[in-house]
Design a binder for this molecule. Structure first.
Ligand code: ADP
Length: 475
């Protein structure tokens, strides 16, 4: 049995801003059959404190980055948790990374350094039994260095997973002491990034192994177009880097048993959901494909390209329903579009149940991301027979079989990919999609292919198991 301490700033279903939470919440279940016992260390945000059943206190601190703290065991949603209770860091109104006016909390470096520091202490001092520390994103990036400073290296292996390299956890060099970081590590070959402290880079340098969430993103990260300044560091560690595709929770996302929808186990069952979805969004009943977007509204997601390509799609008879929130400018533009286009409807906000109803009722899910480490919504789409139309990048490249001539002849297509990632290329793919929508035989075959495509953890769980075994130091 390998004992893994997974360290993360979010974990579904307790606290979520994106795909990171889904994956952190799914891994413990997915890895049970790989001989892995995973415990997840999470910050004690108010939403977490109110949702768990409490167990023992395993560690206490009089002064953890400015206030008292303790780590307490807990259970929720079938997960074994360790909650870092530090009111001065985590118990506040607002979002988990952002304050009431939408800016990063100014003490985010300390808040997540504290999480990383505590993870290292729990492991190094044997306060919980740990063979491997699995650190997720910059918020856990300092843990491998802290572990080394505490003398835990050589007994405990470390893995860092990059869920999105756009977030790097930068802090001014003046906070080196405040973050309990050793001076020796503040160099170009260590924690320093252009004169600042980078938590993500620190993890990239000091973790035994690095993973990211798809094979294509692993390759892309070595290139300047995608590495966001860290491509050189990643290239140096190429021998220790692998891409392991995310899976989805196939119980929570199962069209045959989903309580949020009119359940179905064959594509024909989508019709009732489509009617309901159009009614819910106030879209007219007519021929033509209904496309959806479920997304954070940010530059990464390429939705400005969709705004450009949309008139052509609408002229071909398409409809669009969008659920999302984020960038105020994008929120305003989409809301205005919905105001003047009868075949466009928009729901600004975050709504898990609505996302299930949309997935069940739509014909196509659009994911035109400029970069996408893995992407989960195209996987939900496959499972629900909602064909993904995606940019050819990252995990979108690894999970969708594009309906080109060869794939159609071989009868294996599950969606569409477009490249380069531009509005005209997206418009072209939307046009090809509408053409195939007019051919029910091909469309049904593609839906059947999509619904049969493996999107769970069966393929990836053994890869994590093997990775953990590879970093456990020989004793
Ligand atoms: P990212 O992590 O970059 O946001 P992913 O596709 O990996 O993108 O994961 C996004 C997750 O968040 C998915 O589970 C998706 O369904 C969900 N999601 C995003 N926006 C919303 C929303 N507005 N309402 C409900 N769920 C959303």
């Amino acid at each position: 049995m390998i004992r893994v301490l997974s360290v993360a700033s979010e974990c579904a279903p307790l606290i979520k801003t994106g795909g990171l939470a889904d994956v952190v919440g799914a891994l413990p279940h997915a890895l049970t059959f790989e001989g892995v016992k995973m415990t997840t260390l999470l910050p004690g945000y108010p939403a977490v404190l109110s949702a768990v059943a409490w167990g023992d206190v395993v560690a206490e601190e009089d002064d953890l980055f400015g206030g008292p703290a303790q780590v307490q065991r807990a259970r929720a949603a079938g997960l074994d948790l360790l909650i870092l209770r530090a009111p001065h860091l985590y118990e506040r109104d607002g979002a988990i990374y952002l304050n009431a006016v939408g800016k990063d909390w100014s003490d985010n470096p300390e808040r997540f350094a504290a999480l990383s520091w505590m993870a290292a202490r729990l492991a190094a001092e044997g306060l919980v039994e740990v063979d491997v520390l699995h650190c997720h994103d910059w918020q856990a990036g300092l843990a491998p260095l802290y572990l080394r400073e505490m003398g835990g290296t050589g007994r405990i292996g470390t893995v860092l997973t990059i869920h999105n390299i756009a977030f790097q956890g930068l802090a001014p060099a003046s906070r080196l002491d405040a973050l309990h970081l050793p001076q020796w590590a503040f160099s170009q070959s260590g924690a320093e990034y252009w004169g600042q402290i980078s938590a993500l880079k620190t993890g990239l340098v000091f973790a035994d192994k690095i993973t990211t969430v798809s094979p294509t993103y692993a390759h892309e990260l070595t290139m300047p177009e995608f590495g966001m300044g860290l491509e050189g560091v990643i290239r140096e560690r190429a021998g220790d880097l692998s891409g392991i595709l995310n899976g989805i929770d196939t119980d929570a996302w199962d069209p045959a048993r989903d309580p949020a929808i009119n359940s179905y186990d064959a594509p024909a069952g989508k019709a009732a959901n489509k009617t309901a979805l159009r009614a819910e969004f106030g879209l007219p009943d007519k021929d033509g494909p209904l496309a959806i977007v479920i997304s954070r509204l940010s530059d990464q997601k390429g939705l400005d390209l969709l705004i450009e390509a949309l008139p052509g799609f609408l002229a071909l008879g398409g409809q669009l329903a969008l659920l999302g929130s984020g960038d105020p400018a994008l929120e305003t533009t989409f809301t205005a579009l919905a105001g003047r286009e009868p075949n466009v409807a928009v729901h600004i906000g975050y709504d898990e149940a609505l996302s299930h109803r949309m997935m069940a009722g739509a014909d196509v899910i659009l994911v035109p991301s400029r970069f996408e480490p893995c992407g989960l919504t195209q996987l939900y789409g496959l499972r629900y027979g909602t064909l993904p139309l995606v940019a050819l990048t990252g995990g979108l490249a690894d999970t969708v079989i594009s309906a080109n001539d060869a794939a159609l002849k071989a009868g294996v297509a599950t969606g569409w990919q477009f490249s380069p990632i531009t509005a005209p290329a997206l418009a072209g793919a939307l046009g090809r999609m509408v053409t195939l929508y007019a051919d029910p035989a091909i469309w049904k075959k593609m839906q059947a292919n999509a619904m049969a495509h493996p999107v769970g953890w069966a393929g990836s769980a053994p890869q994590y198991g093997a990775l953990y075994r590879s970093v456990i130091p020989a004793t």
